[in-house]
Design a protein around this ligand. Structure first.
Ligand SMILES: C[S@@+](CC[C@H](N)C(=O)[O-])C[C@H]1O[C@@H](n2cnc3c(N)ncnc32)[C@H](O)[C@@H]1O
Length: 494
């Protein structure tokens, strides 16, 4: 019988896939299997709400939440109903899910969305999300994971919350009832909900609430906040939290801090700097030792004929070396069909800082962008930004080139060529990207550093960047000078 004409109940399919996952020890892969079965029509698409969760809507409505100038993230966003709702409340919103098919379906369902949909795993979230969001919304994702993984997921969700920010948790209630389905007993008890209050996150309220419009159904509704290190007036209500986050951002951008270090004689200053220099030198030597260890790693062969697209059409990975001995490939993230303003702000920040290649070339090393999107669309972005480093599309070969890594996240990969064979020698992601950066390096030399909430700074130092999204007014920072210069940001798509 045709699968489309007689779909299987998705809860039955969920149970079947869960049993298989439990047997194989794969805690998260089955979600994508389930969405893929949904997308193919074999089961109904799971978690396909088209409306925001009624308790999220009630919570935000009661507080008159306005997200203008604030960032929000939805954990396990499924097909995006909650993320779209937050975008309508004017948050700059990210929705992420471990299932790539869910993310594809979310993008397809909301073709004109302002939400950034990202495939990511809360068990291993991108480093740049640390303390980065003013509002974090978690609705029944933790409970969908096996209980031994709950503490890690809970801790990682808490770490997404920026200083002055809010975490909202909606979850099923584990009241000790015997299990009927494999997924059922993983609902959270009160202690599990309370355990979100850790690592600087404080409980605002934990209550059970009836779900509006669903008679008899009750859920945990819990709110947490991360106090800002800034000494400023605040209340414990969410409304005040949100408006404080506004103030927070403004003050970081406009205020002149009146807190400065003690003024001393030059000799005293120099003596303390000399002491710090000893530590700096130790740090430099430790970096040298790490690089020495990196040079002693083994390597793994990659098919030299792996196809990519370059300015003159199809090329191979070997061609990208441009004849040099080594290659550094930057796997630039890409959102297919999205306008320039929605493209990746992190990649724009980091990749955009690699400009002068002569030193690399002098050491027989090529640097190239291996973009994860289509060539024509993405090279227009390169041109809009005025970058001139080599640019290729690796989209058709990501399964080969990024094997074992998460496609859709930024990666820096180093290769060596031995004759016509190609080998991968190193890769990094997350803060490893800081190897491309000079902005943070320079900021680290300044009195106030990066001015980000996670940094260990003296009390009163400006650290109030509630929004660490590398964006201002809806675009990655670096785009504004190009717009002001009159360049077209038309990528030929949306
Ligand atoms: C029970 S569904 C809930 C979906 C949605 N939050 C809702 O309320 O309808 C759990 C969702 O979390 C996603 N998920 C499961 N494990 C995850 C993980 N480790 N990281 C991110 N998302 C995950 C699943 O793919 C699924 O979309």
């Amino acid at each position: 019988m045709g699968a489309m004409s007689d779909p299987v109940d998705w809860e039955a399919e969920e149970e079947r896939l869960l049993q298989r996952a439990a047997a194989t020890g794969d805690a998260t892969g089955w979600f994508d299997d389930l969405y893929a079965a949904g997308a193919s029509g074999r089961v109904q698409v799971p978690w396909s709400r088209t409306e925001p969760h009624p308790l999220l809507e009630a919570w935000a409505g009661e507080r008159h939440i306005d997200g203008t100038g604030l960032s929000a993230i939805v954990v396990g966003c499924a097909l995006g109903a909650d993320a779209e709702y937050l975008a309508r409340l004017r948050f700059e919103t990210t929705g992420f899910d471990v299932a790539p098919t869910a993310i594809e379906l979310a993008r397809a369902r909301h073709p004109d969305t302002r939400v950034r949909y990202v495939t990511a795993d809360i068990l291993d979230p991108p480093a740049e999300w640390h303390h980065a969001f003013d509002l974090v919304v978690e609705i029944i994702t933790v409970q969908a994971l096996p209980p031994p993984l709950h503490p890690r997921a809970i801790a990682n969700i808490g770490r997404l919350v920026a200083a002055g920010g809010t975490l909202l948790v909606i979850s099923g209630i584990n009241d000790g009832q015997p299990r009927t389905r494999l997924a059922d007993p993983d609902t959270l008890d009160r202690a599990a909900v309370a355990s979100f209050a850790a690592d600087g996150l404080e409980e605002v309220s934990i209550e059970t609430r009836a779900v509006p419009g669903r008679s008899g159904r009750r859920r945990w509704l819990a709110e947490f906040t991360r106090r800002s290190p800034e000494p400023r007036k605040r209340s414990t209500t969410t409304e005040a939290t949100m408006s404080n986050a506004h103030d927070n951002q403004q003050s970081a951008e406009t205020a002149t801090p009146d807190t400065v270090p003690a003024v001393v004689e030059r000799a005293t200053f120099q003596a303390q700097l000399d002491a710090l220099r000893v530590e700096e030198k130790a740090h430099t030597r430790a970096g040298d030792a790490l690089a020495a260890a990196r040079r002693r790693l083994p390597m793994v062969e990659v098919d030299a004929a792996t196809p990519l697209i370059g300015p003159h059409g199809p090329v191979t990975l070997l061609d990208v070396f441009e004849g040099r001995r080594q290659l550094i490939g930057y796997y630039h993230m890409w959102y297919d069909g999205r306008p320039a303003k929605d493209q990746c702000e992190g990649c724009t920040l980091y990749n955009g800082q690699v400009r002068e290649l002569s030193m690399l070339h002098s050491r027989d090393v090529t640097y190239a962008t291996l973009c994860q999107g289509p060539y024509e669309e993405s090279v227009r972005y390169r041109d809009f930004m005025g970058w001139d480093v080599p640019w290729y599309s690796a989209q058709q070969s990501l399964d080969t080139l990024l094997i074992g890594r998460q496609i859709g996240l930024l990666h820096v990969v180093c290769y060596v060529r031995h004759g016509d064979r190609v080998f991968e020698t190193y890769w990094t992601t997350g803060r490893g990207d800081e190897a491309l950066d000079n902005s943070y390096g320079l900021l680290d030399l300044t009195l106030y550093g990066r001015q980000e909430p996670w940094e260990d700074s003296p009390a009163g130092w400006p650290q109030a960047k509630a929004n660490m999204s590398y964006r201002t007014n809806g675009r990655p920072y670096a785009q504004w000078s190009r717009i002001q210069a009159g360049r077209s940001d038309n990528l030929g798509g949306a």
